[in-house]
Unconditional design. Structure first.
Length: 64
């Protein structure tokens, strides 16, 4: 849960920065948000979640 919330927060910040920087206009941003919202309710959502979890685990195992 904490990982999902962190990813959502990070992507939200990136979206705001892109909109404010002029790289992304409001209309396409709304489409991107709606696409993500509806993608979350499809059958591919568990696969995306597993993929993101594996990436987070891989990053977590990196030691400096």
């Amino acid at each position: 849960m904490a990982i999902s919330l962190s990813v959502v927060l990070l992507l939200g910040i990136v979206l705001v920065v892109l909109i404010r920087g002029g790289s992304l206009k409001g209309g396409p941003a709304v489409v991107a948000v709606l696409f993500g919202f509806f993608l979350a309710s499809t059958g591919i959502a568990p696969s995306i979640t597993r993929f993101m979890d594996s990436i987070a685990d891989t990053i977590n195992q990196i030691s400096f």
